[in-house]
Design a protein around this ligand. Sequence first.
Ligand code: NAD
Ligand code: UDX
Length: 465
Amino acid sequence: MKKDNFFKINKICCIGAGYVGGPTMAVIAKMCRDLEITIVDLDKNKIDLWNSEKLDELPVFEPGLCEIINECRGKNLSFSTNIKEAIESSQMIFIAVNTPTKESGIGAGEASDLGYVESCARDISLYAKDNTIVIEKSTIPVKTADIINKILNCSSSDRKFHILSNPEFLSEGSAIQDLLKPNRVLIGGDNEKAVDGLANIYNRWIDNKKIIKTNVWSAELSKLTSNAFLAQRISSINTISAICEKTGANINEVSKSIGLDKRIGKYFLQHGPGFGGSCFKKDILNLIYISKFYGLPEVAEYWEKVLDINNWQKKRISRIVVNNLFGTLKNKKIAILGFAFKAETNDTRESSAIDICKDLLEEGAYLSIYDPKVDFEKISQELLPNENLINDNMNILSAKTIAMAVDDADAVIILTEWDEFKDICWNDFSEIMRKPSWLFDCRDVIQLNSIDKGKINLWKCGYSI
Ligand code: NAD
Ligand code: UDX
């Protein structure tokens, strides 16, 4: 066994060039210029975009990302589809592939589909030439390291693999800042030297006190728990938004009042159209599955409620729109402002806009959708995944400007909190809308006193107006 070079790390590979792999490795490359980092992916089209000269074509939009790519790409950061070569030459390999909810078979609709993670483990087992530290960056169910371990350590070769859990806590839209200044880095592992090998990389720019070392299972479970607790807060505040609308209590005053209690804290108390994104729903479903798997149905039911409330909030909004537009949306144009699941990202996965738009389409509405970072192809894939001739569908149009979306619309629905939606003069815009015109502010971006009553009817989530 080549013990000497086991923890000497100069080449890193990351499998998965998505929303996590791309930004995470870019930041490591920026902060550790002596490390050579290769990000690999099966998706050639994605890798081509990462390698594109045009930085506005990167597959992931994140503030600050293209500057880092520009700084490091071609120096100590590269993107490739050659998985074999990258694995062969790396001493440390991150697995940052997708772990979606299983669509069929045992646990369908709840359990994680670990097929992509398994495939990475098999590739590593096949191609790794030497002792290797393998890091779970993907979010996975507790005990997944056991599966990876079984695949990696079943061959008769004298290579040794150490599996660490190093879950990623970045939020899209602020990923670069989250990676540069994380509130903690979690490393789970039972081999002290391997854990230190990874800790020493983070330690180049992150204080030791913020690097938490645990056993593998705690690290795996902490990630699911963290997302479940965050999502739970959003569902909680959204239930209160509905009470505010009925009673005249002001949701922002309530959030502020409770958030000032340090035990509660002020973050993640923003009401809205329900949480979206690729993580919360998937990870709570995973927690629900694990709870059932370990014979804890009450625990499963508890977390199911967080998802139920999220669905209820989206349905509640669709219903409010339909009711205010006299119970039907047939032949009515609705402008949708914002399709991404939050501001500052081009990601639409599980965006609340998808379910709300689908409800409105079902009611016969004609939707004109504007989002500054999401193109029509993505919107139509989300709304009409099975249709090939998207352009023939006359009920959805992508608007190039806010004005085009709003022109002749009966109603506008704000579904993402992009900054450019905050300063729109609705008194002027109401002139180009059909009367009576409605503005549904689901993200609390409109100042109440900026609207002249009589020009446009305003509904604001969490307010009784
Ligand atoms: P993503 O879909 O954007 O990227 C995953 C990439 O992995 C894809 O490009 C896919 O082609 C590639 N891939 C899949 N199998 C592969 C294989 N065998 N070999 C090479 N490439 C392969 O996903 P993401 O949003 O980056 O999430 C990745 C993981 O990180 C998930 O487990 C997710 O739960 C977790 N996570 C995501 C976020 C987030 O904000 N998106 C935050 C923290 C953790
Ligand atoms: C989340 C976790 O925050 C992050 O730590 C984890 O690594 C990945 O999952 P992300 O999904 O990128 O990050 O974004 P986040 O900021 O958590 O927002 C998720 C959803 O919740 C968005 O739709 C957002 O609009 C919504 N949200 C967030 C609220 O409705 N209210 C809030 O107060 C915060």
